[in-house]
Each structure stands twice: as structure tokens, then as C-alpha cells.
Design a protein around this ligand. Structure first.
Ligand code: OSB
Ligand code: MG
Length: 374
């Protein structure tokens, strides 16, 4: 396949409710979308998961825009590309970082390849991996609320609505009381976990060990993103499995996690690891080592969500993902049909070619704040 152009767009989408995590609050998403056109006139879509601020990773929508224009686009435009697996090495050679920028373009090429072959993205990524699920089980990630009680009420409503996993955000001073209230509201055995987004350090190990009493499925990314050694020290002290999110930026970091026992579960996000090929390699490695993985989320629009749904249909994704239905995030999504969850916390994996949902161009046009054609 040969790419003839890349269209970059920034769309602005207000969240239906603010999302607060230990490193910041979000009310409006500024989302970079990439539309890649091939010689035959098809269009493939990719969503960049970089945030507005460099608080989750060092990338932002603005650095990603620059990186795609200056360094990613020149490496892929006009080139004869064998297939989507060849993009990752092409973008890694002497090109450090900018994983979310790389992934946005790589994903658009996977969509194009799936369309070219008349297959769904789920079927394409599932080929040779033992088939795909027709529906996936999903959870919800709840931001920090004004009080433990407010969070507990929200969490209980989500469990009743059918969500298969409740994840709550924690940080120093907003942890033990919050987790205790939610555990009390949900009852013993309900699938509950906490995500700290790097908020703790070595001085907090006792506090983190106190979370063991709440029987959490896992504690996600308690320590700094680039600190596998201290995560290994912490894991020794905890009964609860540590799950790594920010730390797992490549297959090699997943291998390091296992070698060091720095965590026992991996949250896979396509943007953070630099694309679908990298996500698949992490999935395959973890599956071979018996390490459970699940699909994380970055408050994506319906386009990025399509990729998460496809990925989560793979056999190694044995824990419900942070893949909630469109209505949890947006008044109206940018795809049709919107992503819907049934009363048992399941989302159907589409079978139509490519992303499997139609991109609503009129809606996107309405939300567009800037655009550039490369
Ligand atoms: O740490 O998993 C995270 C959102 C933005 C940045 C980081 C994270 C998250 C979430 C949201 O938890 C998950 C979702 O998209 O619903
Ligand atoms: Mg996380």
C-alpha cells in the first residue's frame, strides 16, 4: 500500500463529567485525529491518545502534531509499505519517543489494511492468535470525587448498571477512606481496583500495604513511570498484584517487569506502546508467560475506542478493560453507531471491515478546531 496524504485534525469534545486523577483534572478533550488516504482512495483513521498536558506521559496533542508533521509523515508518505507490521520498525529507527504520535499514524494504516482485506480490525489482529471474542467485558474508570461517600454511590450505581470492573483513582490523602467506602458499598468479592497514576514513593509503602485489606484485583501504577526497581520492592511487600500502566512503553519493559517481578498484570494502551504491532507483541509475550493483560483507556473518542474494542477481543485480554460506552464520556460520539454496553457489561465487537463503525464526518467537522493536510 502507498499513502498519498495524512489529514490532521484537532477536535474538541467536552466530557459529560470532569475526570480527576492524581496528576490533574480534565473537562474538555482536545483530540488529534489522523485520516490517512491510500492510492486507491480509501481512508483509514487513527486517534492520537496524547493528552492536553504532559502529566500522563511527556507527549501532548501539540508535541504529537509537531512530531507527525516533521518526522512521522516524511517516513511513511509516498512509500510502498508492505503491511502494517512494517510501520513500527520504520518509525523506531533513530527516532526516540513520541509513541502516541507514531501510534496515531500506525493505527490508521491498520484500519486501511483491514479495509483492503475486507476484514474487521478485530479479525486482522486476531489472525493467528486463536480467534477473537464476539463481545468483550468492560469496566469503568472513576475519577476522584469530592468525598468517599460520593464515590461509593457512583461506584455502586456502575456495578448495578452492569460494569464488570470498577476502577477508582487514588492519590495520597485520597486513598484509604475512598477505597474503604467503595468496598463497603460494593460488598466483598465485587471486582474493584485502584489506579494511583504514579502518585506514591518509597515513603508510602506502609500506606500502600494497608490497601491489601480491601481485596483489590490490583493496584495500578503506584510509583513513578520509569521506576521498575521500586515497583519490584513494593510488590514483595504486597499481597495485591501490582499492575503497570505508564511504565510499560514497549515489549522490553514488559519483559523487564516479569524478570524483576515489578508487577503481575499489564495494562495495554496502543498509544503508550507506540502502536498496534507493539501492543500485539506485549499481548503475545504476556500470554506466553501467563501474565494477564487488559486494555486501558485514554478517554478516547469512538475512533480510538474501536481500536481498543478490537484489541480487547484477543484471547490474552482476560480482565475487563477501561472501555466504557460512548455515553459515559460524550453527549454525542463521532462514530455511528455509538459504542453501547448491555446490562451485563458487554460491548459487541463489530464485524464490518476496518474499525467496524462509520466515522461521522459532519460531526467531526462541527468539532474541528484546526486542521492540516500533509
Ligand atoms: O491511568 O488509566 C489511566 C485516563 C486518562 C489518562 C490515564 C488514565 C485514564 C483512565 C481513563 O483511567 C480510562 C477510560 O478511558 O475510561
Ligand atoms: Mg492507569
Amino acid at each position: 500500500m502507498r499513502l498519498t496524504s495524512l489529514h490532521l485534525r484537532e477536535i474538541r469534545m467536552p466530557l459529560v463529567e470532569p475526570f480527576r486523577i492524581s496528576s490533574g483534572v480534565q473537562t474538555l478533550r482536545r483530540i488529534l485525529l489522523v485520516a490517512a488516504t491510500d492510492e486507491e482512495g480509501r481512508t483509514g483513521w487513527g486517534e492520537c491518545t496524547a493528552g492536553e498536558e504532559p502529566n500522563y506521559s511527556s507527549e501532548t496533542i501539540d508535541t504529537a502534531w509537531l512530531a507527525i508533521r516533521e518526522w512521522v509523515a516524511p517516513r511513511v508518505l509516498g512509500l510502498e509499505i508492505g503491511g502494517p507490521l512494517s510501520i513500527h520498525p520504520l518509525l523506531e529507527h533513530n527516532f526516540r519517543g513520541h509513541s502516541m504520535a507514531k501510534a496515531a499514524v500506525e493505527v490508521a494504516l491498520w484500519d486501511l489494511e483491514a479495509q483492503r482485506r475486507g476484514m474487521s480490525l478485530a479479525a486482522l489482529v486476531g489472525a493467528g492468535r486463536g480467534g477473537v471474542r464476539q463481545e468483550i467485558e468492560v469496566g469503568i474508570s472513576l475519577g476522584i470525587q469530592a468525598s468517599p461517600r460520593a464515590l461509593a454511590e457512583k461506584a455502586a450505581a456502575c456495578l448495578a448498571r452492569g460494569y464488570r470492573k470498577i476502577k477508582i483513582k487514588i492519590g495520597p490523602g485520597e486513598d484509604l477512606d475512598y477505597v474503604a467506602a467503595v468496598r463497603e458499598a460494593l460488598g466483598p468479592g465485587a471486582p474493584l481496583m485502584a489506579d494511583a497514576n504514579n502518585a506514591y514513593g518509597r515513603a508510602d509503602f506502609d500506606r500502600l500495604a494497608a490497601l491489601d485489606q480491601f481485596d483489590l484485583l490490583m493496584i495500578e501504577q503506584p510509583l513513578a513511570w520509569d521506576d521498575l526497581l521500586r515497583h519490584a520492592e513494593l510488590q514483595k511487600r504486597l499481597k495485591t498484584p501490582v499492575c503497570l500502566d505508564e511504565s510499560i512503553t514497549s515489549l522490553e519493559r514488559a519483559e523487564d517487569m516479569v524478570a524483576l517481578d515489578a508487577g503481575r498484570i499489564v495494562n495495554i494502551k496502543v498509544g503508550r506502546v507506540g502502536g498496534i504491532a507493539s501492543a500485539l507483541s506485549i499481548h503475545d509475550f504476556c500470554r506466553s508467560r501467563g501474565v494477564p493483560v487488559w486494555c486501558g483507556g485514554m478517554l478516547e473518542s469512538g475512533i480510538g475506542r474501536a481500536v481498543n474494542v478490537a484489541l480487547a477481543s484477543l484471547p490474552g485480554f482476560t480482565i475487563p478493560g477501561d472501555i466504557s460506552p460512548s455515553e459515559r464520556y460524550w453527549e454525542r460520539d463521532v462514530v455511528t453507531p455509538e459504542w453501547k454496553m448491555d446490562g451485563h457489561g458487554r460491548i459487541r465487537v463489530p464485524e464490518a471491515p476496518g474499525l467496524g463503525v462509520a466515522v461521522d464526518l459532519d460531526r467531526i467537522e462541527d468539532l474541528t478546531a484546526r486542521a492540516e493536510v500533509l
